[in-house]
Design a protein around this ligand. Structure first.
Ligand SMILES: [Ca+2]
Ligand SMILES: [Ca+2]
Length: 228
């Protein structure tokens, strides 16, 4: 690990790193101080349609990701920025929703996961749940029944899952979800919540989310740009 990266982890906590890594792939200037980073208060996001799919390698550096829309920092139940830092990025093409899920994490455990709740755009009575773990395990349900989502993904990790002796840093999921799998093949909006819980070393388990309504209701909306 580079000395600079280590210093960022030690001195700035888990929060500085995302700004550094996103600098090449976003409109957020690298010089923006982490303290000024907005939080996930906007629960409606307009998702760009891209022409060329990103390569799924866990690195959100593809040209396609330059067009992404992001949640900004997940928030806790009180609406404050959740620690450790989490953020989700979205893109779409004609048939796929692309997800970039960033997790700052000083102690990566195999059970660490992002959780997505998605409402079927064509049938509000049907919802999907997806768990994507730090080791790439994916479990899905549709209407509480086991479901194969067709999700493809790659994960990039800086750290060693399941070994608390060292200091981990982060893990990133780059995933492609077929829109048809969630009934959204011709939809122009998707209701969705994404969340993540984590237990820092020596700390208490804490959760953050984007698009979570009262009582766990799905309150986030992804508005998909018209197909090109
Ligand atoms: Ca990539
Ligand atoms: Ca963890």
């Amino acid at each position: 690990m580079l000395a600079g990266s280590l210093a960022a982890v030690l001195l700035g906590g888990c929060h500085e790193r995302p700004q550094e890594r996103k600098a090449s792939g976003s409109s957020v200037p690298a010089s923006r101080p982490p303290a000024a980073a907005p939080t996930a208060t906007e629960t409606k996001l307009r998702v760009p349609r891209i022409a060329a799919a990103p390569k799924l390698d866990g690195e959100l550096t593809d040209d396609a990701w330059h067009a992404d829309v992001r949640t900004h920092a997940f928030v806790d139940a009180g609406g404050q920025e959740a620690r450790p830092f989490s953020e989700a990025h979205f893109l779409a093409d004609a048939g796929t929703l692309y997800l970039g899920l960033y997790a700052a994490d000083q102690d990566i455990e195999p059970s660490d996961a992002f959780h997505l709740s998605i409402r079927d755009p064509g049938d509000a009575a049907v919802s999907y749940a997806l768990d994507i773990s730090a080791t790439g395990a994916v479990t899905g349900t549709r209407a509480q029944q086991p479901w194969k989502s067709g999700l493809e993904l790659a994960i990039d990790r800086d750290g060693t899952p399941g070994d608390a002796r060292d200091e981990d840093e982060e893990w990133v999921v780059e995933a492609a979800l077929p829109l048809a799998a969630i009934g959204a093949g011709s939809a122009n909006a998707i209701a969705l919540t994404v969340s993540r819980c984590d237990t820092p070393k020596g700390g208490a388990r804490a959760c953050g989310s984007w698009g979570a309504g009262p009582g766990g209701a799905i309150a986030g909306v992804l508005e998909l740009e018209p197909k090109k």
